[in-house]
Design a protein around this ligand. Structure first.
Ligand code: GAR
Length: 201
């Protein structure tokens, strides 16, 4: 299965996918795209000889119709948002319906929506005094963090002393749950019911 990965920052989830032994013979990362040309994730892509593209408004950035054209040209079957912080243009959603997934660092539908990314999420979870957090992988629709949930895993945070500690625990989960969902896509195990998305055994 050919995939494209959208990133904005550090790229640890990108690396988790690239280093996954389980995905080695199943998944090929054909392109890494970012709204930030100087993001650390692009360095990772370069180390693995993967093509990089900068997207968004402004000079030398691919506009949404160009992004769709590039992804179609590369025969991309699944788009993975791995720490991509911008809203995905509707043109892309329409062209890749149910084939765009996102990793979110909390248990949706709580602690999601516009502005809820990275440490903002962990700070909100910490301040709520919640006793569990976790990671969610979901289908991307036209709203932030709103699509159907594919997989979730939770972690006990009852003893944490800071939002950073929550981030650390959740990130560990992210690095296993995201490759697991990508594997399920590659093995055609993701099924769309009328109301639910399920991973079949
Ligand atoms: C991850 O924790 C990811 O869940 C989060 O950004 C981080 C990116 O880290 N995404 C969001 O908050 C999206 N709403 P990474 O660049 O090391 O993968």
């Amino acid at each position: 299965m050919k995939v494209a990965i959208f990133v904005s920052g550090r790229g640890s989830n990108l690396k988790a996918i690239l280093d996954s032994h389980e995905l080695k013979n199943l998944v090929k990362v054909e392109a890494v795209l970012s709204d930030k040309p100087d993001c650390a994730a692009f360095n990772i892509a370069n180390q693995y000889n993967i093509k990089t593209y900068t997207v968004g408004e402004g000079e030398k950035k691919l506009k949404s119709d160009e992004v769709v054209a590039v992804l179609n040209e590369l025969n991309i079957e699944l788009i993975i948002l791995a720490g991509y912080l911008k809203l995905i243009p509707s043109e892309l959603i329409d062209n890749f319906e149910n084939r765009i997934i996102n990793i979110h660092p909390a248990l949706l539908p709580s602690f999601g929506g516009k502005g809820m990314y990275g440490m903002n999420v962990h700070r909100a979870v910490f301040n709520s005094s919640a006793k569990v957090s976790g990671a969610t992988v979901h289908i991307v629709n036209k709203l932030y963090d709103n699509g159907k949930i594919i997989a979730q895993q939770c972690v006990d945070i009852s003893d944490v002393k800071s939002p950073e500690e929550i981030a650390e625990r959740v990130l560990e989960i992210e690095h296993s749950i995201l490759p697991a969902v990508v594997k399920a896509f590659a093995e055609n195990k993701i099924k769309f019911d009328e109301n639910r998305v399920v991973i079949v055994k």
